[in-house]
Design a binder for this molecule. Structure first.
Ligand SMILES: Cc1cc2nc3c(=O)[nH]c(=O)nc-3n(C[C@H](O)[C@H](O)[C@H](O)COP(=O)(O)O)c2cc1C
Length: 355
């Protein structure tokens, strides 16, 4: 029997989770989301487990400094059952809600080593890893996956396997590994997982607004929603989802709210002694997402990409979000169509789950 998940913020509502995102979902970003309206659950970015791996300091910090009041799952990625078990024991000493196994990372450098999404080609190895993790994880055992590597040939095998190992939670990004982030997710796989599994399923992939998340959940009957990039664009999305489900008024941020959010992002991405030439690229990575909701012509997106200093970036933010009466304008509840977050990274990033 799957274990019960930790209680949601609003009992009875579908649970929400922040999707793990490398270099984004650390302690400070989780705390920032806590101020905007946190998800029910957090997941750390993946901890790469191998023969000589030791617990990543930033991941341990994200867990230990988590003062949001919301439970956090620690994600592992690796291929060796013995070392995955060792890592699970290491993590069990920290205040985590459970362990999450990464079966979805589509980066070629990762999947070629038969880890992350690569393991979807090798059900027998996943079986061995799950046996060990089930043994070593007294808390919730969770799996985050894509529906398959090339196609869905192993999908049913995995569903049967997860049920057999009493996996407690499955988060499904409804794309294949080969698809990377291209094309639309196929949410029919979420419905298939819901039908096949005794445990809750979180739908993941392009749940770009509270309304879209509610629609996908209604259509697939998924238990909850896991949201990544849309939460970077719109940090109020979890609160909006709860308000929508409660049938009350939904918070609609203005561009002034977005300007304040950008100020917080500046703090989240800062660290003592960090120079502008290192800080600005970190900010641009996040603002690429935020800009998708600012204006449909992409004027802010283009302008912020050209900034070279903190002062210049903040002046551009004021120009596009505050000046000339802009501060009262609504921030779009969904990304403007035809704007692309990362035109400089159209190809797969070799070693990042962004793929
Ligand atoms: C920058 C970035 C880093 C990511 N890092 C991870 C990771 O460490 N582990 C993981 O399981 N997925 C990772 N992902 C995938 C997300 O968790 C999520 O499955 C994917 O972005 C689809 O959801 P979304 O459309 O809500 O963003 C990452 C995605 C992005 C954009």
């Amino acid at each position: 029997m799957p274990l019960a998940l930790p209680a949601q913020i609003t009992p009875g509502q579908p649970p929400t989770a922040l999707a793990p995102m490398q270099d984004i979902t650390g302690a400070s970003f989780m705390r920032l989301l806590g101020r905007c309206g946190p998800p029910d659950y957090y997941f750390t970015e993946y901890y790469r487990v191998h023969e000589s791996s030791r617990l990543d300091v930033d991941i341990a910090r994200a867990i230990e400094l988590n003062d949001t009041g919301r439970p956090i799952f620690a994600q592992l990625i690796g291929e060796d059952p013995f070392h995955m078990g060792r890592a699970a024991r290491e993590l069990a000493r920290l205040p985590i809600a459970g362990i999450d196994l990464n079966l979805g990372c589509p980066a070629p450098k990762v999947y070629r080593k038969n880890v992350g999404g690569g393991l979807l080609r090798d059900p027998a190895q996943v079986d061995r890893i799950l046996a060990v993790l089930r043994e070593e994880s007294p808390g919730t055992l969770s799996v985050k996956m894509r529906y398959g590597f090339d196609g869905d040939e192993n999908f049913d095998t995995f569903m049967e396997m997860f049920a057999r190992h009493s996996v407690d939670l499955v988060s499904l990004h409804a794309r294949s590994v080969r698809q990377l982030y291209r094309g639309s997710p196929d949410y029919s796989y979420i419905a298939r997982a819901v039908n096949a599994l005794p445990c809750p399923v979180l739908a993941n992939g392009d749940l770009s607004s509270a309304e879209k998340a509610a629609a996908v959940l209604a259509q697939s009957e998924a238990h909850g929603a896991m949201i990544g990039r849309p939460a970077v664009r719109n940090p109020w999305i979890f609160r909006q989802f709860r308000e929508l489900k409660a049938g009350g008024e939904v918070f609609r941020p203005t561009l002034a709210d977005v300007r304040s959010y950008i100020e917080l992002l500046w703090e989240v991405t800062d660290e003592p002694g960090l120079s502008d030439d290192k800080h600005i690229p970190r900010m641009k990575k996040l603002l690429n997402f935020v800009a998708l909701g600012v204006d449909g012509e992409g004027a802010f997106l283009r302008a912020m990409r050209l900034s070279a200093s903190g002062a210049e970036l903040m002046a551009i933010c004021d120009e596009h979000l505050v000046n000339k009466g802009r501060s009262a304008l609504p921030f779009a509840p969904d990304a403007h169509p035809n704007l692309i977050a990362r035109p400089n990274h159209e190809g797969p990033l070799e070693d990042s789950c962004e793929g």
